[in-house]
Design a binder for this molecule. Structure first.
Ligand SMILES: *Cc1c(COP(=O)(O)O)cnc(C)c1O
Length: 223
């Protein structure tokens, strides 16, 4: 097995106070999750509903699962009963469906709004204006089964560190704006999920509170 324990402790040693690790276990077997679990890691991230379901059934029930991928509305009902956080909410339609399904389960599901800041055209997420518009429209205020806990984003996949840092800073500035305008009295709105294996050290300089790290802990994924 890839050296999960050693890699995990190396990553944890580099995190600053108040930053939590979401260990991204997609495409890795349950044994790898257990190796990290045995070291005390409890928060894991997956991006496919079927794979998440299998791992959730096989693995200890005190794991907090984060859904980090693009979620189709017709899949929401399958994950809502047990998911801890849905990180990549990028439409009011998806938010509505989470509210509806969470109400059926009598749960409150934590969500993050996903921002599109990177230059790649293929990535999902709300532009800053679309995010402002969603929040201005205010429908979310009536939703008692979703808790909007912050923002999530992916930086561009580039070697240009300055560009990556600018994108993280844009996200951090936007977080401050949204916090002030819509969530000033809501302490739950506090999370900034940015930083992956190749860029999390940069993300830590720009306000990240959750880093989503896969490869650096579990090794390369075999698709
Ligand atoms: C796969 C994935 C990650 C982890 O990427 P690594 O480069 O393996 O650390 C983080 N965030 C999202 C949204 C992902 O899909």
């Amino acid at each position: 097995m890839y050296n999960v324990k050693e890699n995990l402790s190396e990553v944890l040693a580099t995190l600053t106070d108040g930053v939590r690790l979401v260990a991204i276990s997609k495409y890795h077997p349950a044994e790898y999750v257990m190796a990290a679990y045995d070291e005390g890691q409890r928060v894991f991230g997956e991006s496919h509903e079927q794979e998440l379901k299998q791992k959730h059934e096989q693995l200890p029930k005190d794991i907090e699962w984060h859904f980090i991928g693009h979620l189709q509305t017709n899949k929401v009902k399958y994950i809502v009963p047990y998911i801890s956080m849905i990180e990549a909410v990028d439409s009011i339609r998806l938010l509505r469906e989470i509210e509806k399904q969470a109400a059926k389960c009598d749960r409150v599901v934590k969500v993050l709004l996903e921002l599109h800041i990177a230059e790649e055209a293929t990535k999902y997420g709300l532009t800053l204006d679309a995010c402002r518009q969603l929040l201005d429209e205010g429908e979310w205020r009536q939703m008692s089964h979703v808790s909007i806990c912050g923002l999530m984003m992916m930086a561009s996949n580039t070697d240009d560190e300055q560009q990556i840092e600018e994108e993280f800073q844009t996200a951090q500035d936007f977080f401050n704006e949204v916090k002030t305008h819509y969530f000033a009295n809501d302490p739950a709105f506090c999370e900034r999920s940015w930083g992956m294996s190749d860029d999390y050290l940069l993300a830590l300089r720009h306000g990240s509170t959750l880093v989503r790290i896969g490869t650096r802990i579990f090794g390369p994924r075999i698709y």
